[in-house]
Ligand binder design. Structure first.
Ligand code: NOJ
Ligand code: CA
Length: 698
């Protein structure tokens, strides 16, 4: 049931002049008296048919909380989204421009509408929840462009937690191939909403920046996800799902309509957007809609809009934590390149394998393990180890300790070469028993002989070839500097995790600013909406700076532990060094840390201020709470715990801990609680608390 009063559909004050009045046609067609009833409820089935043939198609979410209406206005497909009876997305235009053909933003007429309900449950191989319900109402609105005869379908799915819609070009004569020159999808969002986003960019690190907070009407461009909250507390995220064979979508503000955005696809080098062949479906354009921040972070809408698993055998895919020669490189203690301070030596990687065993981790990463890496990047074979790295011996030692080896493939943007040799490289890895690869595309992206955006259609095709080739050779992928996630892991679950985030690395590269503490309170509701991120948390020695770079991790040590409940990754790093872990009491919390969960709850969250989340694996819960640059006291009811008594192991900032001056001390204590308890958490600025709850068996 809806929890707020139903209202007749009215246009938002922001609706553009052209579209004004569009949704104020007869109530039987467009404005049901009850938001929970189908459009036809007041007038019966024939009215629904009438409404649809006259162009209005309304799709209600299963519980009636949301509805999306699609119709033709002046020959253009237009949609609107209503939540709790109030307009959330005002009338917004749709359409595509194809080279050499009339624009599909006018001259369209609805030919037919097909409806169905989807209701299924599926079990992800890994994820924040062991079971996912995919429950939506769907309508396929089939249109035809009168003058050219081109057919264009709009597929709409309305869930209780948002909507997805995509264009579909059916197979048709004269359209065997075509070139998209623009996608003209609009999102007329409430202009007074507060938003969090990254500026749109074609650069390799456009997703590795800090989220800005701004009133939507002040946002000029954005990457997706773009997250916002209206003044009356409605949360909405614009993103996309199933980004396959198409460029990434960014958003550009409509200068004539505050709060309204138009899709801006990343261009190919020649300025066009996408080359399509045959029948084609674009990625879904998604609006995740919630009443509280937690509704966003807990939503599975993006994955549900992806196809089920395409791999017949997934027995070789397994989530886990990993350690590796990485942070010491980032901190310039050791080097990627050969020489006296080379990091990935046989001995050193064995030490990390020992650490992995101690930590209950499943994998060890070694960056700078192969020749050329870190020096000459061209023509790497990704197979020849550096002279002081005995690959067979490391693999033997790893195998004897039941630890998998993760090969680092830093292309440095020489993608043509990598792409050509993928099959050979991955086939050899499989022979050697290597089943995990971390890819990297730092700075450029030369593919097809051209340095292009990391996010254009050809780049997206490359990342897909990596996933497909890897799957054939039973290899799991961790991708850095690649495309933002759009839920593809449902279909290709060897696509474990990707970067697309200002992760731990940026504590170093963003100078003394690092990642300001508030960023971590924003990420679960922005970047993580698309899927897992390889943020690489878990640095406990947050001030360690051997190279005197003048940088450090901008949190307390305790806050690092809390991140494991907030940031999801099925290959989740424990990023610190063996020495740092062994000398810090907080390491005990990270031992046997799960990387896939049975259940996830985002509890008390104010985006940009603080975040509290709890994840369950079996009968053990892990709660994480962090705050921004302010001290806070939070009260957390433990209702999520099961019956009986639970032993709570609490890792929190000590009384004298402070993010700036004394970030390392952790106070560890245990207590026994029941689900009726309410914990009081005192968080220091930049700090956090992590708690493991295990049932007490008596
Ligand atoms: C950037 C990646 O994000 C980082 O994890 C890696 O260590 C460096 N490139 C070097 O390849
Ligand atoms: Ca990076």
């Amino acid at each position: 049931m809806v929890s707020k009063p139903n209202r007749r559909t009215v246009l938002g004050a922001t609706a553009g002049a052209v579209l004004t009045g569009v949704f104020t046609a007869p109530a039987s067609a467009t404005a049901p008296a009850s938001a929970t009833a189908p459009a036809s409820a007041t007038a019966g089935a024939s009215a629904a048919a009438l409404a649809e043939t006259s162009g209005h198609v309304t799709v209600h979410s299963p519980n009636g909380r949301l509805r999306m209406t699609v119709l033709i206005v002046n020959g253009r497909l237009v949609y609107q989204v209503v939540c709790h009876g109030r307009v959330l997305v005002a009338p917004s235009g749709l359409g595509l421009d194809l080279a050499g053909l009339p624009s599909l933003t006018s001259g369209l007429a609805v030919k037919s509408v097909a409806r169905r309900t989807i209701d299924e449950s599926w079990r992800p191989l890994w994820g924040p929840d062991a079971r996912v319900r995919n429950h939506a109402r769907e309508a396929v609105v089939r249109t035809v462009h009168a003058a050219s005869g081109i057919r264009l379908d709009l597929v709409v799915r309305v869930f209780d937690d948002g909507v997805g819609f995509r264009y579909h070009l059916p197979a048709q004569a004269g359209l065997d191939t075509c070139t998209v020159t623009a996608e003209r999808t609009e999102f007329a969002l409430p202009p007074s909403a507060t938003s969090w986003s990254l500026a749109a960019g074609t650069d390799w690190n456009a997703d590795e920046r800090h989220y800005r907070r701004a009133q939507l009407s002040d946002v000029k461009t954005a990457q997706t996800p773009l997250t916002s909250v209206t003044p009356d507390g409605q949360y909405i995220v614009v993103h996309e799902a199933a980004l396959i064979d198409y460029p990434s979508m960014t958003l550009a503000a409509d200068s004539t309509r505050p709060g309204a955005f138009t899709s801006e696809l990343i261009s190919l080098p020649d300025g066009t957007k996408a080359r399509l062949a045959g029948e084609f479906s674009t990625p879904w354009r998604t609006l995740t809609i919630g009443d509280r921040p937690g509704d966003l972070a807990e939503s599975h809408l993006i994955e549900n809009l992806n196809e089920p698993c395409a791999l017949a055998d997934t027995s070789w895919i397994s989530p886990g934590t990993y350690v590796g020669v990485w942070w010491e490189l980032q901190r310039r203690h050791t080097t990627w390149t050969a020489g006296p301070r080379h990091g990935a030596t046989t001995e050193r990687v064995k030490q990390y394998i020992d650490l992995a065993r101690e930590a209950g981790a499943s994998h060890v990463l070694a960056e700078g393990w192969n020749t050329n890496a870190g020096g000459q990047w061209t023509d790497q074979d990704f197979l020849t180890p550096q002279p002081d790295f005995d690959l067979p011996e490391v693999l033997r030692y790893a195998r004897d300790n039941s630890i998998g080896f993760t090969a680092h493939n830093e292309t440095r943007g020489f993608v043509d070469h990598y792409d050509r040799h993928l099959d050979t490289i991955f086939a050899r890895y499989a022979e050697l028993g290597i089943h995990a690869v971390k890819t990297g595309y730092a700075t450029k992206f030369v593919l097809g002989g051209v340095n292009r955006s990391h996010f254009d259609q050809e780049a997206v095709r490359h990342y897909q070839r990596v996933i497909d080739t890897a799957a054939r050779h039973q290899i799991m992928i961790i991708a850095h500097e690649a495309i933002k996630p759009t839920g593809l892991a449902r279909t290709y679950p060897n696509m474990m995790t990707s970067e697309g985030v200002a992760g731990m690395e940026q504590q170093n590269h963003m100078g003394r600013l690092g990642n300001p503490p508030e960023q971590a309170t924003i990420l679960p509701f922005t970047r993580f909406m698309g899927g897992p991120a390889d943020y690489t948390p878990g640095v406990l020695n947050v001030t360690w700076d051997p190279a005197a770079l003048g940088t450090r991790v901008q949190t307390t040590s305790a806050a690092q532990l809390a991140l494991y409940s907030l940031f999801f990754s099925p290959l989740q790093m424990l990023a610190d060094t063996p020495e740092d872990y062994r000398s810090h009491p907080g390491f005990a919390y990270l031992k046997d840390m799960p990387a896939s969960w049975d259940e996830t709850r985002f509890l008390d969250c104010v985006i940009g201020d603080y975040t509290v989340a709890a994840r369950r694996k079996g009968d053990t819960w892990y709660l994480g709470a962090i705050t921004d640059e302010q001290d806070r006291t939070l009260r957390v009811p433990l209702r999520f715990l099961g019956p009986g008594r639970h032993r709570a192991e609490i890792y929190r900032d000590a009384a004298d801990t402070s993010w700036h001056d004394n970030p390392l001390p952790i106070d560890i204590r245990t207590t026994t609680v029941r689900s009726s308890a309410v914990l009081t958490l005192r968080l220091v600025a930049g700090g956090g608390t992590a708690i493991r709850f295990r049932p007490v068996r008596s």
